[in-house]
Design a protein around this ligand. Structure first.
Ligand SMILES: Cc1cc2nc3c(=O)[nH]c(=O)nc-3n(C[C@H](O)[C@H](O)[C@H](O)COP(=O)(O)OP(=O)(O)OC[C@H]3O[C@@H](n4cnc5c(N)ncnc54)[C@H](O)[C@@H]3O)c2cc1C
Length: 393
């Protein structure tokens, strides 16, 4: 086999999924993850449609994912007085099968730990491609040469920056941001669980802002528009201040939610972004998952990450390790399923910029025909029947 030794950066969803496939099919795989271990918890992520289910079945993890699935959560959009303006169905928000990202990452890691060498608490600092491989330097361990390097290190991918160029060339934002935080915000007087077993989260919209409380995505989720990214990515206090300024005078239960976010230990804020890449490979480097095709809160990122891992491994096996042939086929095959990462603006949908657009968004979910159409569309976007069965071990 031409290619044997592969380095994967990132151990969340795409990284362990790819490591498992490659390791079980004859490759020598190292995964380097900058966190000290697999990170538990996180927001709920979901699978939708038959392509995702087929993948989970081929991976042999469908039953385990089902065992960890979260309750379906409907989002009730309410006004200042808690009157329900629209209900966004759990199937739209959480697909057909929803699970916490950390639980899924744990399952994937358990299924790949024996097939790859996982190195935690380290990261790539430099890469240079030579005719026979890629020379990689790390923050901790000694430099090493690999046949291929795969970036599975998320939307702010270091591999993409080192091999393709600066993030600004490949990642676009529409001026929308999101923040997630744990921390209890009382929902007194509101029903949060239904006799059917479904859960209910409550959202309040004002132009350019959405506060959502009690859902599976996160105990508190904020989505908002801002003309200026007035915060420092490395300074959490500046991010909390940015959020508080954006929601100042928000009404409803916003002040309590902002207060919870002010002290939540797992507070996280980022821009809602999507990638725009014409190819996911360059030379001996490839990107898989959010590193190559992210669309935060709007792009089936988790299903796509698993799909990308399967296709990349399948093409490498099919090409007998000839990475040029395999990468060309991976780029070609992932073009269609990743189109959702290049379109749509989840921010404008979740936090419409005007009262009129808020009413329009709400109407989409109060009108049964429009609601069915939305559900059908998401299913169509998530399903791709052109992916071959690579018959991997
Ligand atoms: C609030 C929120 C809600 C979401 N909801 C959904 C949903 O409902 N459905 C859905 O399908 N998707 C959802 N997503 C998207 C989903 O989380 C991602 O698409 C998915 O996690 C992508 O997996 P990944 O492995 O490509 O990247 P990530 O999960 O981002 O993982 C990247 C990994 O790389 C590591 N890393 C980063 N930099 C380096 C480095 N320099 N060196 C080594 N390691 C590094 C990170 O620590 C991390 O472990 C949501 C995302 C957010 C933020």
């Amino acid at each position: 086999m031409a290619t044997r030794k592969i380095l994967i950066s990132g151990a969340s969803i795409a990284g362990p999924a790819l490591a498992g496939w490659l390791g079980r099919n004859g490759f020598d795989v190292t995964v380097v993850e900058k966190a000290a271990g697999m990170r538990p918890g996180g927001q709920a992520v979901d699978f939708k449609g038959r392509t995702h289910f087929e993948l989970l079945t081929r991976m042999g993890i469908l039953d385990e994912v089902r065992m960890h699935q979260t309750a379906k959560t409907d989002w009730r959009i309410v006004d200042e007085a808690d009157r329900v303006m629209a209900v966004v169905p759990g199937e739209f928000i959480g697909g057909d099968l929803e699970i916490l990202r950390g639980d899924l990452a744990g399952i994937l890691h358990r299924h790949s730990a024996a097939d790859a060498d996982f190195v935690f608490g380290d990261e790539i600092t430099a890469m240079s491609e030579a005719p026979g491989g890629v020379d990689v330097a790390f923050a901790g361990r000694s430099a090493e040469r690999f046949d291929l390097v795969i970036g599975a290190d998320g939307v702010h991918s270091a591999v993409r920056r080192l091999a393709f160029g600066p993030e600004s060339e490949f990642v676009a934002s529409h001026g929308y941001y999101y923040a997630v935080a744990s921390g209890h915000v009382p929902l007194d007087g509101l029903e949060t669980a239904l006799p059917s077993g479904r859960a209910v989260a409550y959202g309040h919209s004002t132009p350019g802002r959405l506060v959502l409380l009690g859902g599976q995505k996160a105990p508190a989720l904020f989505v908002f528009r801002s003309d200026r990214a007035d915060y420092d990515r490395r300074d959490i206090d500046s991010q909390r201040a940015f959020l508080a300024a954006a929601f100042a005078g928000g009404g409803w239960r916003t002040a309590a939610a902002i207060e919870a976010a002010r002290t939540a230990p797992d507070f996280y804020l980022d821009a809602l972004t999507r990638t725009r890449m014409s190819a996911f490979t360059r030379g001996r480097t490839a990107l898989v998952g959010d590193a190559g095709y992210a669309n935060t809160l709007g792009g089936f990122g988790t299903g796509l990450a698993l799909l990308g891992a399967y296709v990349l491994a399948g093409e490498l096996v099919r090409a007998g390790g000839d990475h040029e042939a395999a990468f060309a086929a991976y780029d070609r095959r992932m073009r269609k399923p990743t189109r959702i990462a290049r379109s749509g603006n989840a921010g404008a949908f979740l936090a419409p910029p005007t009262e009129r657009r808020i009413r329009l968004r709400n109407r989409t979910f109060t009108n049964p025909v429009l609601r069915r159409t939305m559900l059908w569309l998401t299913d169509a976007f998530a399903t791709d029947d052109s992916i071959p069965d690579y018959r991997l071990a």
